[in-house]
Design a protein around this ligand. Structure first.
Ligand code: 1CP
Length: 379
């Protein structure tokens, strides 16, 4: 299958021309970046969403007694937490430790991490008038400079071992948190806005898009080598609402970030992960992203067919498969690789790791991806 319309030369030779500090260590493993661009690789690269997380005892020990968002504001702490999983497993990419909810904070909202409950907004948005309480123009360097510092520090400390991924929440997902005030099963408060206050919804989504674009460009200037946009709550929208309230903003983000980067001669692959958004797969594969991330409810072969070789794919093992014995994990991984093929593919889970997962099984997942993909490439 021919991946991507234009073939590219080796990514490692892509030199950023401006804006990015030049003294970063040379990248030693570009497998992930090559796969993003649809190039052949010796093995399929692998990383896990939430690889820096509570399933690691060293993560729990480091975070013990520290406030979550205080930790996010400490570049040294973010750097340490980002590197922890890389010390254990031969992941092919690192993702900066942070959270998607730093954006609502930068826009002036209070967000706290409540033990046993998760992120909580004491004063969520209730009615359209509440939009007036948000910062109309966010200076990302001032409000989110701590993330940029964490990225620069981590890129140095990674010493070129693997590329560093930056990320953001997508506008709809962030809007949902800002109105729900935390996690939700129905998202009925946020969806009420879509049906009752469509104009105000678009106003908020546009405000978020503007901040996200600046935030992602700041992450690249700080040293991020790829960017992932998390539309974690795509699943609670239907196809019609997705077309109106999610997709245009996802497209806008990729187009604006890419246009700006092109001006300074930079090429940074972008990944869109719209969880449970399979109804939008064809559209997502034509939205200026190099990679589409998939949850586990999509069959690999049909995802390939539906995206028609336009993009690389990332995912999609059911995270709960990590509860299986190691031999079974290996079989599941082999089947997944056969379904996706080894080119233009980045192995990952269909969502983040859960806190009760056994790190040994995460190691078995990574090893199975590397071993089976090398074998498949030799065939
Ligand atoms: O104390 C803790 O450690 C709390 C657990 C935790 C962690 C480890 C939270 C709270 N956030 C994070 C870090 C985090 N969040 C990362 C780190 C990098 C990595 O992946 O290793 C990333 C990428 C995120 C992104 C994030 N935060 C998303 C998008 C991904 C997804 O899970 O869909 C979302 C939805 C959030 C919000 C959030 N932050 C934390 C929790 C428990 C939640 C979900 C709340 C809910 O909806 O119920």
């Amino acid at each position: 299958m021919k991946l991507h319309e234009k073939e590219r030369t080796c990514i490692i030779s892509f030199q950023p021309l401006h804006n990015v500090p030049k003294d970063f260590p040379k990248l030693k493993n570009d497998t992930f970046l090559c796969a993003c661009h649809g190039q052949e690789t010796n093995h399929v690269p692998v990383w896990c969403m939430r690889q820096a997380g509570r399933y690691l005892p060293e993560f729990r020990e480091f975070r013990a007694g520290k406030d979550f968002f205080e930790t996010c504001r400490s570049p040294a702490a973010c750097c340490e937490l980002t590197l922890q999983p890389l010390r254990r497993f031969p992941f092919d990419a690192a993702i900066i430790f942070s959270d998607i909810l730093v954006i609502p904070q930068a826009m002036g909202m209070d967000v706290q991490m409540v033990a046993g409950k998760g992120p909580t907004f004491p004063e969520p948005l209730k009615e359209p008038e509440d939009l007036l309480l948000l910062q109309p123009k966010v200076d990302v360097n001032k409000e989110l400079g701590y993330v940029f510092k964490a990225i620069t520090l981590t890129r140095h400390k990674l010493d070129g071992k693997v590329p560093l991924i930056g990320f953001t929440g997508a506008p709809w997902t962030l809007m949902a948190y800002m109105i729900e005030g935390g996690g939700s099963t129905t998202h009925s408060k946020a969806k009420r806005w879509l049906y009752r206050h469509p104009e105000a919804s678009h106003k908020l989504l546009k405000m978020l898009t503007d901040v996200i674009v600046e935030y992602l460009l700041g992450q690249v200037a700080a040293g991020a080598q790829a960017l992932q946009v998390f539309e974690s709550h795509a699943g609670c929208l239907g196809p019609v609402e997705f077309q109106e309230f999610s997709l245009p903003y996802l497209r806008d983000i990729a187009r604006k970030v890419k246009d700006q980067l092109k001006e300074s001669g930079q090429d940074v692959p972008m990944i869109v992960f719209a969880k449970d958004g399979h109804y939008g797969l064809e559209d997502l594969s034509q939205s200026h992203y190099e990679v589409v991330g998939l949850d586990w409810t999509i069959d690999p072969r049909s995802a390939r067919e539906r995206t028609g070789g336009k993009v690389s794919l990332q995912g999609n093992m059911d995270p709960c498969a990590l509860y299986a014995p190691k031999e079974r994990i290996s079989e599941i991984v082999k089947k997944m690789l056969e379904g996706f093929g080894t080119r233009g593919y980045i192995a990952n889970l269909g969502h983040g790791l859960y806190p009760d997962m056994d790190p040994e099984n995460v190691g078995a997942f990574v090893e199975a991806v590397h071993t089976h993909s090398r074998h498949l490439n030799l065939k």
